[in-house]
Design a protein around this ligand. Structure first.
Ligand SMILES: [Zn+2]
Length: 170
């Protein structure tokens, strides 16, 4: 029954199923469609991860299936820091794109000099208009994304989905 209910949700969540699934902006996260599915499985466990090259040690973000430095395909998953500081940000109070309720806050984060991931441009959620300040500490926030049915080898499957943003440490 749970699958039946989820199957009714198609397309962009904010449009309440009015539009077709082609307008969906979130990645397909299941193993059949995404070679980086491990990243999303790790998010479900509360882990923020990326791929590290076993040959040259380079840690890329976002994760990939080949090292951008030496082209090796021998990669392993490593954990990244889940806390960062806000360097600067923008706050869209009206006219945000479909599927993003205002305020749409995009922040440039700094993870510190010891982190393999130095900076990240990312969405800040669970934050009211005017609440975020430069220098604020933020942490990883994983949220569920509505799924829709997709066809895999003549079978219809509903892949549960999650995505990540950051939120203020209060
Ligand atoms: Zn490499």
């Amino acid at each position: 029954m749970a699958d039946m209910q989820m199957a009714k949700i198609v397309g962009t969540p904010a449009l309440e199923g009015t539009y077709i699934a082609e307008m969906d902006m979130w990645p397909l996260e299941c193993q059949e469609f995404n070679r980086n599915y491990q990243f999303y499985d790790n998010l479900r466990e509360g882990r923020f991860t990326s791929t590290k090259c076993k040959k040259c040690g380079h840690i890329a973000f976002p994760p990939g299936v080949i090292c951008p430095k030496c082209w090796s395909e021998e990669l392993e998953w490593v954990d990244l820091p889940q806390r960062a500081k806000v360097v600067t940000f923008t706050e869209t109070q009206a006219g945000a794109p479909l599927g993003f309720p205002p305020p749409l806050i995009m922040a440039w984060l700094s993870f510190g000099k010891d982190s393999p991931l130095k900076h990240l441009l990312v969405r800040i959620i669970n934050c009211a208009e005017g609440e975020l300040k430069e220098g604020d500490e933020v942490k990883l926030a994983v949220f569920e994304v509505p799924s829709h049915p997709i066809e895999i080898k003549r079978e219809t499957k509903v892949c549960d989905r999650v995505y990540y943003a950051f939120e203020r440490v209060k």
